[in-house]
Write a protein of this length. Structure first.
Length: 382
């Protein structure tokens, strides 16, 4: 399985509660949920899980289950730090939209004037790639070559160098037929990590400070996020939920993921911390984004993701769908050793997330879906 493709120990799985706002969820529901999670962790061979539920601007339930480290029997808590893979894209988008509402750029501005290097679709040189195209995965920038790259053996390039090398003619990685699709920008949906990494780089160009500084100053710091950083190096080892796979009836510790396009996938955070970011969206922007900014992000793009599933639409990074009669915005994340999902219902002012430190198969996918269904149903029932 290639990283970020879109699309439990034997015995009891221990529960670690951080005591956060549990009085907001009735004890019977919580005990039933705990029992369900404990059972399914073992059945799906998932070492650990951290969850949170948000209602309005407040986290009303958060817990950890199972193990952050199998070797030391260190348990997951709601403050355990997971690498959240492609869910990172929603934080990159949040930062960009702060700049958008400041007037730093317009969604339909061509990006070439800001990039500092050539970004032009080789088949459609007269059709500029815009910020909106990057936000909606319709830029024509392709991950076809990117999906073949191995970042485990060579030093990781700085983000600007990687992007210029991949996107500009003459770049070391550039292959026009693999770095760009055959479709005109704005006409076809195709998920692209490279395109969102470019958005993260552009944040520094239009905002005059790098994305790391922008997010720390305007989001992480004001929200009081104590367990969030853009790379593993910013997190102490004893706070990390370590990544695992389950192979040949045993758990295998995996290396930490590393790649140059970090704005698209390398954010490390906890359930408690990310719940505060989710709460921004469940309370009309929460003072960080204007209500109209949130509405803009949740407006479906005209380009359909999949003709066979017309109810699934693309907003600005957030994916939009109907969920049991409600309108849900969500985003998954998956890397070796990590499986992530977060979602919110802006109308009902509620949301939920589930972070796991293993990437499972179909059984895990069903387990993850049921976790989110239970959390969202409970969050929206008050």
């Amino acid at each position: 399985m290639h990283r970020r493709n879109f699309l439990a120990l034997s015995g009891s799985a221990l529960v670690a509660s951080n005591g956060l706002a549990r009085e907001s969820v009735d004890a019977v529901w919580a005990r039933d949920f705990d029992g369900f999670v404990n059972n399914r962790l073992a059945v799906t061979h998932t070492p650990g899980l951290s969850v949170a539920m948000v209602r309005g601007g407040r986290t009303v339930f958060s817990r950890g289950y199972g193990y952050a480290s199998i070797e030391t029997a260190r348990r997951v808590t709601a403050d355990a730090v997971f690498q959240i893979a492609s869910l990172s894209k929603t934080v990159t988008a949040t930062a960009l939209m702060m700049l958008w509402q400041d007037g730093a750029f317009k969604l339909d501005d061509p990006i070439t004037a800001h990039a500092g290097f050539s970004v032009m679709h080789p088949k459609f040189p007269d059709v500029p790639i815009t910020f909106r195209h990057l936000f909606t995965h319709t830029s024509g920038i392709s991950d076809t070559l990117y999906d073949t790259l191995d970042f485990s053996t060579a030093p990781i390039q700085p983000l600007p160098d990687f992007l210029a090398s991949y996107l500009s003619p003459g770049g070391r990685l550039y292959e026009s037929a693999k770095c760009y699709s055959a479709m005109k920008p704005g006409t076809q949906w195709s998920y692209s990590n490279v395109a969102v990494a470019l958005l993260g780089y552009l944040a520094g160009r239009v905002g005059r400070i790098p994305l790391e500084t922008l997010t720390q100053n305007r989001l992480f710091g004001p929200l009081g996020l104590r367990n969030t950083a853009w790379r593993y190096e910013g997190i102490a080892d004893e706070r990390l939920a370590l990544p695992y796979s389950f192979e040949n009836a045993r758990y295998r510790r995996l290396p930490r993921n590393a790649y140059p396009d970090w704005p698209a996938g390398l954010l490390c955070t906890s359930a408690n911390d990310f719940a505060k970011i989710l709460a921004v969206y469940t309370q009309d922007g929460g003072g960080f984004l204007k209500p109209q900014t949130v509405a803009t992000m949740l407006t479906p793009d005209p380009v359909v993701i999949d003709a066979a599933h017309p109810q699934l639409r693309q907003g600005l990074i957030w994916r939009l769908r109907d969920w049991n009669g409600d309108h849900l915005a969500s985003h998954p994340g998956g890397d070796p050793g990590t499986a992530i999902i977060a979602a919110f219902d802006a109308d009902r002012h509620c949301g939920a997330l589930a972070f796991a430190n293993a990437y499972g198969g179909s059984d895990f996918a069903l387990f993850q879906k049921e976790v989110m269904t239970r959390l969202l149903d409970k969050a929206g029932s008050a």
